[in-house]
Structures are given as structure tokens and as C-alpha cells.
Design a protein around this ligand. Structure first.
Ligand SMILES: [Zn+2]
Ligand SMILES: [Zn+2]
Length: 914
């Protein structure tokens, strides 16, 4: 998004030039805070005592010496905050999901204010469910992963206490009251001496809005930051917002930490998790060394970006112990802190409907999950992440009771992903060993294939030594690949229609209208007709457009550009601007598309009920002949799961439930129906059209729908496929299309029974017999191969070409008729008989190619059959492998067979040398 924003410097200059107006709050005068300028960095700050430097340059004075009157663990710290703001007129709002479904520019909720921001056409709107409010918002950030567990204060998930207020709405207040409250919380509730508190001036800017802020520090630790968003616009042209927003964010982890003064904030954040891990692993705590080590690290990291390894060795020297001994004491704790953090993030993300995958934010979840598993493995620790998740839930449920509902979901996903990690590690090892030490390297295409189909990230390939670095264009190519799903119909915008009034959408007013009058407003390029009103549904939300005619002239395509519907016609003959015309849509097509659309909602909810709460619509396509729904799910569907989904869907059809369509204010829709409504993505408007299939599914959707589910008649899933890691595709038919499908199946069954010469009832039995017969035929084939082999062998040895000075021979063949069984028998026997022989068969099979390779015993010293199969398969657009003697594989580029055969000799010669 292209926001024109001010630079931080310009903003600072703007506000600092007038501190009395912007930064000086009533509290400062009342208590006697004075403004100072930092001698090191020039920042301005406010304090009760004379200071020359801002807190950025101050050591963590609270470690081992907390400045508070109370000692509060994580949950108790929240309970204090909650009761303080509650008794001061604030509504306590439940946390929002950590998966940010209401913004399409974010995967995760990264700050408490994000809960209340909605983006429409690049502009941010604030929508507060109460005023003023406080929310304990779990926030997820992956930008500092390498410091998590090591620094004492970095997390991938942390709780941001969000004190949020619309200053100009009922109940609102502005900066004086805000800072009064925060100051009271610090001094009266936590008992902090006011002289320990420093307020630092700062600025904040966001999407089209900006303001100034006061960060507050105690003993060198930043506890919170109160942002006063007052202006919108740009530097040269800005105005005061009609609704000024206070966004005070404070880290709960830090609130607890300042009251406990433990060496790391992890020690007071994770409740019993660390102690339980210590007893599971038999780890002992060397209090003295750990305490001083983490104090040392905290202070060093607070001031500058430092290399942790270097820090460690400095510390070891100071303590007069060896680097290794220090690591022996510190490493297990770094490991436990990291595992505790990563598991907690997974717990929240999975509970809120996300899963580790290669889709969107799932990527980061997989990274941290595999990081945690790798640590367990490295240290030889024998416990499951699910056990740790359970301890987290037990501790956090006083604050987040909803976590308990998802115990089993979290278990399931962690189990599946742990197994997958072991599986892909094996695959990675075999890839690594076949790649390592060779001139051949993996191309970007190979990397993308490994990533998309096996979830093997290039980061892991680096770790395992298979590649040295990630090719520069890898991520660009990857995102291109995923963008193309959405932008297949991105037509060039049509110009000259900007001034027209929005088209009146009759298909929303009368859903059964198939004919109407309309007036032509304009015709662009003799093929795009714009009407004042239309019954044609334009392509959108995965729903295909209507076809039909305007005054008998065919409408080929219908699209929507902003508020205007564009009808592409086969010719504009007889159509003139200003003319009244009769328009008609194809009613059967509309009817089928509509049934497919409602079915998509039904199947989506069925899949969620059968598979689990992580099922979300990833994308959907609704056409006349069929519908396609891609859902987020971890594995291929089993036969039972598919049947379960279909049964549940048809049950809803039989119940003939009403499909209710109403438009709501977005804030009400979200509150009443939760963010589950955003299955088709974010709705970029203040009004949301809600499609409610009673007692089954509620989604925000702009498509056409049946009035009652019974109209659908039947839903039949005819294909499912795991199209990429984390996404499963379901294809199905509904209504008359489902009846047609069943009829076609029936016809096929009839044909099969005719071919088999059996009645339909006995067709299975008869088919089984045919399969047995086919097996028998194969056995016979093998016998024929054995008997005719001597003569075939002779021709192989005659045709094989000597390709090296020491007598290595190559025989290659391309065939479409005899199957791979034949060539496996042949190649095996041939290479047993001639140790110098390399045998290659490329067998055309359906759309693709099978690759069979054998290498005789002496030739094996120079080239391995598995490697040869792998290289040939890569050339043919697939993958392969094998051992030294025998390799196999395949690819999808059938058109490359000839080219591959002709370059074969060159390829092998390069490997073995002449
Ligand atoms: Zn400073
Ligand atoms: Zn829909």
C-alpha cells in the first residue's frame, strides 16, 4: 500500500518545536516533571530528578532489586491491571484472535490497536467496541526469532495491554486523563517511586494518520507507550482528526518482570512451565551464574545490537570460567525458554485456527515448531511439545479460558507436524547426500517444488548442507506463484466510465429476475456496454458471471470495475447510448451457479465440522458445471473424511434450512458472528452482507444464493486433492449438475458391466476376477521376457554404444507400448550380463514419462543409477532417485523425451569423462 507518510525526523521536529502544546500533560505540572535533553542522543524526556541521559542509556536497575511494593507473576499482573482500569470506567474486552482475519495486509495481530483498525481503500478506520476499553491482546511477531529465549525479553508472542480510547466519542478522554491513569497504575497500584519514572517524547505514524507519544520507563525498562493519534493527512496538509485516538500499549511480560526482578522476563512469564521442564529433563539451576549472566546480557542488549557469542565469551572471561562450562550452564535454559515461547505461540495460533503450513503465516509457525523440535533432538530431551502446551493452558486459563476448548486440536496438530518433521528430515537427508559434493545444484524450480509439495524450506536445506544460500529470486518467484491464483482475471481497466453513476444491481433486489429493461449509458470500444441497471451478476468472489443477451446480442462476459458493471458483448450493432433495451440472463446457468455457491458455504462448514477448526476457505470457484473449494487442512482427505463431509452437507440440504441474507454494520456483524464470517477474505466496506445458512454457516458474501437449502437437491463430491502443503481442494457438483453426474456414473457402470459381461449387481465381483486375470497376464509377460531374453539381449549388446575409452556402454530406448515391468526385467538382466552397460528406458505413460535406469557393476564406479534417474526426471519436470544399480523416476514433460534421449550421451559423458 502506498501511503504518503512523513519521515520520523520531520515529525519529531514538528512536535518537539512545541512541547508545551503536544507533550506537556497536566500531570507534569502537578507533580513537577521537568523536560530534559539527552546528552547522548538528543531525545527529549521528562523526569522528576535531574538526569542528563534518557533511559536508553540506563542499565536495568530492577534486576534482583524490584522497585515495586508487590510481587506479581504474569496472571496476577494482569489481574491488577484489569481491576484498576475496570474500576476506572473501562470496559475489559476479550482478546481478539492472534490470526488477523479482519485485515488482509496482516497475517497476525501484531499490536493491540490492530484489533480496532479496519482498512478500506488504503485508509485506516478505528472501530472500538466500547469506550474507553482495555484489552489483554496476545500479539505475534516473527521479526526477532533469533533473540527469543536468549535475550531475556524477546518473544514471538507477547501480551500487549491495550488501553484504547476514542477521545471524541462518548466516554472518551484525551492525554491528561490517559497519563494520569497510567501514572496511578505505576505509583499507587504497583507502588513505584515517582522519581524512578521517566517519560520520553516520541512520534508515531501509520496509514494516513500520525501523532505524538510518551513512552514510560522505570529503572531503564520501557513499560508502555501512549500514542496520541491526532492528525491525518501529510506534512504539508494535515488536519485534526474528527475522532482522535489514544493507543496506549504496554507489555504484560514487562509489568510482571519489573515487580519480580528475575534475571529474565521468561522466569515470571511462563508460570510453572520452566520448572516442569527442569524436572522433566533433570536440569539444575546454577542461580548465581545464571543470574549474573542474564543480567549482563540484558543490559548489553538493551543498549546496542551485540553478537551474543561474543558477549558470552566476554562474560566467561570475567567470571573466570571456560566458554564451554558457561554454555553447559546457560544453554539448557536458553533452550527451555525458547521451547516455552514457541509452544505458547503455537498454542494461541492453532487455537485461533491457524496451522503450520506453507500458506501465508503458517510458514512462520512451521519455522518455530521445527526450531523447537530441533532443540529437543539436539539436547536429547524426551518430552512432547503437546505436554508443554498443556502446562501453558493450565496456567493461562485464568486469563484465557478459551484455550481449554482447543486442547485436542492443539495436540492433533503438534503430533502431525512432529511426525512430518521426522519424515521430511529423512527426505532432506537423502536429498542432501545426493546433492552434496556434486557439480549439479538445485535450481529455483527444484527448490520451489520441494517447498510446495514437501514443506521443505530452503532454510532447512541450508542447515543440512544441501544448498549454500537461498537464490535471490526464490521468495519473489514463490509469491508470484501464489498471486497468480487470484489475478487470473485482472483485466486492463476500461477508461472513460469514471464519471458514470454506480450501476443499480437488480440481482440483489430480485434474485429470481431473469429479464428486465435497462438503459444504455455508454459503450466503450464497441464491445463494453454500461447500463443504468443490470440483472447480470459480474464475476466476483469466486462466482462466475451470468451470460445472456442485450436486445438479442450475446453477452460474453460480465465484470465489475469499482461500482460499475461492464457487459462485454459479441457486437454493438444496433446498440446506442441512451437507448432502452431488453436484457435477459441464461436462467439455467444462473440457477446452477447459485446452487454451487450456496453448496460451497455448506461444504466449507461441513469440512470444518468433520476435520477441525483450522479449516478455512483458502479460495473458491463457482461455475455452472461444478464448484471448487480449497480449504486449509494439514493432510490429504481419507475416504471416510470425504464421505463424512458429503453426508453432513447433504443432511443440511435435506433439512431445507432457510438461507437468510442481511446487511449489517461491520462492527455488529463481527461482534455477533465472529471473524469466521471472513471466509472469502476481508470485506472492504463499513457494511457487510451476511449470508446465514441457519444453524450451520455464516459468511460475509456478495454472491447469489438459494432461499432454502432444499433447492440444492444433492451435493456430490467427485474429487479431492492435496494441492499444496496445507491446502486441500474439494471439487463437487450440486443441483441438476449433481443429477447429471450421478447419471453419467450410472452410464459408466452400465458400460463396465457390459464390457465385463456381468450384471450391475455382480460388477465388483467380476471386476475383481478381471484384476486377478490381469495379474496372471503380468506373470505370463514376465515368463515371456525370460524366454525371449537371450535374443533381445543380443540386440541390446549390439545396439549399445561405447561412450568411453574404458568401454562403458550406453543403451537407451523410448517406448509407449510395453510397460515398465517389462523394462525393469530387461534392464536388470542386461546389466547383470554386461557390467559395463548403462541402461536407460523412457516410457511414455498417459500424460507423463516414466524413467528406468540400470548401471552395470563396473560402470557404477563412474555413475550411479539413482543419480542418473534423478537428473533425467528433473529434466522431464519431475523427480526420481534410487541406488547405485537401479533408479527410477518420472516427469510430466512428455514433449521433452526426444530431446532428453538425444542429449543423454552428452550428459553421461560429462559425468564419467571420456
Ligand atoms: Zn538518549
Ligand atoms: Zn460466498
Amino acid at each position: 500500500m502506498a501511503y504518503k507518510v512523513l519521515g520520523k525526523k520531520e515529525l519529531s521536529a514538528l512536535f518537539s518545536a512545541n512541547p508545551d502544546k503536544y507533550y506537556k500533560i497536566a500531570l507534569f505540572d502537578k507533580v513537577g516533571f521537568q523536560r530534559h535533553k539527552c546528552i547522548h542522543c538528543g531525545k527529549f524526556f521528562w523526569s522528576l530528578v535531574d538526569r542528563t541521559a534518557c533511559p536508553d542509556h540506563e542499565a536495568y536497575g530492577f534486576l534482583g532489586n524490584p522497585p515495586t511494593s508487590k510481587r506479581l507473576d504474569y496472571i496476577d499482573a494482569w489481574k491488577e491491571v484489569e481491576s484498576f482500569f475496570g474500576s476506572n470506567g473501562h470496559t475489559i474486552v476479550n482478546r481478539y484472535p492472534v490470526v488477523c482475519r479482519w485485515r488482509d495486509d496482516l497475517y497476525y495481530t501484531i499490536a493491540s490497536i490492530v484489533d480496532f483498525q479496519r482498512v478500506v481503500e488504503d485508509k485506516v478506520f478505528f472501530e472500538l467496541p466500547a469506550n474507553p476499553l482495555v484489552v489483554p491482546q496476545m500479539c505475534v511477531r516473527f521479526n526477532d526469532i533469533e533473540n527469543v529465549g536468549l535475550s531475556g525479553r524477546h518473544y514471538t508472542t507477547f501480551c500487549m495491554i491495550g488501553q484504547t480510547c476514542d477521545a471524541d466519542a462518548e466516554g472518551g478522554y484525551w492525554k491528561d486523563r490517559c497519563m494520569d491513569l497510567d501514572y496511578q497504575l505505576l505509583t499507587k497500584i504497583l507502588g513505584i517511586d515517582p522519581t524512578a519514572i521517566t517519560f520520553v517524547e516520541d512520534v508515531w505514524m501509520g496509514a494516513g494518520a500520525f501523532g505524538y507519544s510518551l513512552e514510560y520507563f522505570v529503572n531503564g525498562l520501557e513499560l508502555g507507550n501512549a500514542v496520541f493519534t491526532e492528525f491525518e493527512g501529510s506534512e504539508n496538509e494535515y488536519r485534526t482528526m474528527k475522532h482522535r485516538i489514544i493507543d496506549m500499549g504496554a507489555g504484560l511480560e514487562r509489568f510482571s518482570w519489573i515487580t519480580m526482578g528475575t534475571p529474565t522476563s521468561y522466569d515470571c512469564t511462563f508460570g510453572p512451565v520452566i520448572d516442569e521442564m527442569m524436572s522433566k529433563t533433570g536440569t539444575m539451576r546454577d542461580k548465581e551464574i545464571l543470574g549474573s549472566y542474564f543480567r549482563f546480557v540484558s543490559n548489553a542488549l538493551e543498549r546496542t545490537e551485540v553478537d551474543l557469542r561474543a558477549l558470552k565469551s566476554t562474560f566467561a572471561k570475567e567470571m573466570k570460567i571456560s566458554f564451554e562450562d558457561l554454555n553447559k550452564i546457560v544453554n539448557p535454559f536458553e533452550a527451555m525458554y525458547t521451547i516455552a515461547d514457541h509452544t505458547r505461540t503455537l498454542l494461541f495460533a492453532i487455537s485461533d485456527g491457524s496451522i503450520p503450513s506453507n500458506v501465508g503465516g503458517g510458514y512462520n509457525l512451521r519455522v518455530i515448531l521445527r526450531r523447537a523440535l530441533a532443540i529437543l533432538e539436539r539436547l536429547g530431551w524426551k518430552f512432547d511439545l503437546a505436554e508443554i502446551a498443556d502446562i501453558h493452558i493450565g496456567y493461562l486459563k485464568r486469563m484465557y479460558p478459551e484455550l481449554e476448548e482447543h486442547v485436542n486440536d492443539v495436540r492433533t496438530i503438534l503430533q502431525i507436524e512432529s511426525n512430518r518433521y521426522l519424515g521430511s528430515k529423512e527426505r532432506m537427508n537423502s536429498i542432501t547426500s545426493s546433492i552434496k559434493g556434486k557439480k549439479q545444484s538445485l535450481s529455483v524450480d527444484d527448490l520451489i517444488r520441494l517447498y510446495e509439495s514437501d514443506g521443505i524450506t530452503p532454510e532447512y536445506l541450508i542447515e543440512s548442507g544441501a544448498i549454500e544460500r537461498i537464490p535471490q529470486d526464490f521468495y519473489a518467484r514463490l509469491s508470484e506463484l501464489h498471486e497468480s491464483h487470484h489475478s487470473t482475471h485482472n483485466l486492463k481497466p476500461i477508461t472513460g466510465i469514471e464519471e458514470l453513476q454506480p450501476t443499480r444491481l437488480l440481482y440483489y433486489e430480485h434474485d429470481l429476475m431473469t429479464e428486465s429493461d435497462a438503459k444504455i449509458l455508454t459503450i466503450v470500444e464497441n464491445k463494453y456496454v454500461i447500463l443504468d441497471q443490470t440483472i447480470f451478476y459480474p464475476r466476483g468472489g469466486g462466482q462466475e458471471p451470468d451470460t445472456g443477451d442485450i436486445e438479442g446480442i450475446k453477452v460474453l462476459d460480465v465484470t465489475k470495475q469499482n461500482e460499475i458493471v461492464i457487459h462485454k458483448v459479441s457486437s454493438s450493432k444496433g446498440l446506442l447510448p441512451g437507448k432502452k433495451v431488453r436484457i435477459r440472463i441464461n436462467p439455467r446457468r444462473r440457477d446452477l451457479i447459485t446452487k454451487h455457491h450456496t453448496s460451497t458455504h455448506i461444504v466449507n462448514a461441513s469440512a470444518r465440522s468433520i476435520l477441525g477448526p483450522w479449516v478455512w476457505q483458502n479460495s473458491a470457484f463457482k461455475d455452472e458445471g461444478y464448484a471448487r473449494l480449497d480449504i486449509t487442512h494439514h493432510s490429504s482427505l481419507t475416504r471416510e473424511e470425504i464421505e463424512g463431509i458429503e453426508k453432513a452437507a447433504n443432511k443440511v440440504v435435506r433439512q431445507n434450512s432457510p438461507v437468510l441474507i442481511n446487511t449489517f454494520d461491520r462492527i455488529d456483524a463481527e461482534r455477533n458472528y465472529s471473524f469466521r464470517i471472513y471466509q472469502g477474505g476481508v470485506v472492504p466496506s463499513g457494511q457487510v452482507r451476511i449470508v446465514n445458512i441457519k444453524d450451520w454457516d455464516i459468511e460475509a458474501c456478495g454472491g447469489t444464493h438459494v432461499n432454502r437449502t432444499g433447492e440444492i437437491g444433492l451435493i456430490k463430491i467427485f474429487r479431492t486433492e492435496r494441492i499444496q502443503d496445507g491446502v486441500v481442494r474439494l471439487e463437487f457438483v450440486a443441483g441438476e449438475a449433481a443429477i447429471d453426474y450421478v447419471e453419467k456414473q450410472e452410464n459408466q457402470l452400465n458400460t463396465i458391466s457390459r464390457v465385463l459381461g456381468a450384471s450391475k449387481e455382480k460388477v465388483v465381483e467380476s471386476l475383481r476376477k478381471s484384476v486377478d486375470d490381469a495379474d496372471e497376464t503380468k506373470r505370463k509377460l514376465r515368463a515371456i521376457v525370460r524366454k525371449t531374453l537371450p535374443s533381445v539381449m543380443n540386440s541390446i549388446f549390439k545396439d549399445a554404444k561405447v561412450i568411453s575409452s574404458d568401454g562403458i556402454k550406453l543403451f537407451s530406448i523410448h517406448d509407449e507400448e510395453l510397460g515398465e515391468d517389462y523394462y525393469i526385467s530387461l534392464g536388470e538382466t542386461a546389466t547383470q550380463n554386461d557390467p559395463y552397460l548403462i541402461f536407460v528406458a523412457l516410457i511414455g505413460k498417459g500424460q507423463g514419462v516414466r524413467v528406468i535406469t540400470f548401471v552395470g557393476e563396473l560402470a557404477r564406479k563412474r555413475i550411479k543409477a539413482g543419480d542418473l534417474a534423478q537428473r533425467l526426471s528433473l529434466t522431464l519436470g519431475g523427480s526420481g532417485g534410487g541406488n547405485d544399480a537401479f533408479g527410477q523416476g518420472g516427469g510430466k514433460f512428455k514433449h521433452k523425451i526426444r530431446e532428453t534421449i538425444s542429449s543423454l550421451e552428452e550428459m553421461i559423458s560429462q559425468t564419467i569423462g571420456r
